[in-house]
Design a protein around this ligand. Structure first.
Ligand SMILES: [Fe+2]
Ligand SMILES: [Fe+2]
Length: 234
């Protein structure tokens, strides 16, 4: 009896063996990790501290996007009929906030993160801020958007810095790492870009002409920073 080598048989039948064959029968560590990523399994569980930070990110961002949603609702409610040229502009930004909010709602459910306990305050406060500034003038509403998106853009950048520096497991696979971390990084990156687009839109629609510009924007920035601090913790 003699054994026929698999490769000899494949060569004889014209089927060329792929280098992947070896991986399929004996998965390498790299292939194993790639399969886990494909199946959305965490490659390496987060440490206790990483999990605490990760949950905090989801909690504060869900609360923030809820707030953003209601700010635009308030602005739309006051301005849409009175200023038809702003209707579509506001609607577009509001639609994006609805998408941001629902994405974080899903992430919150998926990872079992409890929502901020003062959610009703974010809802009411945000609607009042949106409607209140819109009531002053369309420019004041845009100044509100400019201030909010400046703070949120910076907040998202801070989170991206932490997630990229302390979470990605670069030793496992360069540029890959843990699926849940990659997912949140990509989500935040995309939303950060949307927020910065809203900031540009606000400036384009005369946020700088708001009176009193400095008081409005600095007060709103301060409120946003306090809200972020609180929503991360409570
Ligand atoms: Fe947003
Ligand atoms: Fe936004």
């Amino acid at each position: 009896m003699f054994r026929v080598n698999k490769r000899v048989l494949q060569a004889a039948s014209g089927v060329v063996a792929s280098p992947l064959d070896a991986i399929t029968t004996h998965p390498t560590k790299k292939q194993e990790i790639l399969n886990m990523l494909k199946n959305h399994q965490p490659v390496k569980p987060l440490t206790k501290d990483q999990r605490a930070y990760f949950n905090r990110v989801i909690r504060v961002d869900q609360a923030g996007e809820l707030g953003a949603n209601y700010i635009y609702a308030g602005q739309f409610f006051i301005l849409a009929n009175k200023y038809p040229h702003l209707k579509l502009v506001l609607q577009h930004m509001w639609d994006q906030e609805i998408h941001h909010h629902s994405t974080f709602n899903k992430l919150q459910l998926k990872h079992g993160v409890r929502p901020s306990m003062i959610t009703p305050i974010w809802t009411l406060g945000a609607f009042a801020m949106g409607a209140g500034t819109a009531f002053i003038s369309p420019q004041a509403a845009m100044a509100c958007t400019e201030a909010v998106e400046t703070v949120i853009g910076g907040h998202y950048n801070d989170q991206l810095r932490v997630l990229n520096n302390f979470f990605k497991d670069k030793e496992l696979i360069k540029g890959e790492g843990n699926y849940e971390i990659n997912e949140i990084i990509e989500t935040i990156k995309q939303f950060r870009d949307d927020e910065l687009e809203h900031l540009d839109t606000a400036i384009k629609y005369d946020s700088k002409q708001a009176v009193p510009y400095m008081i409005l924007t600095e007060t709103i920035k301060m409120i946003c920073r306090v809200a972020i601090f609180a929503a991360e913790r409570v």
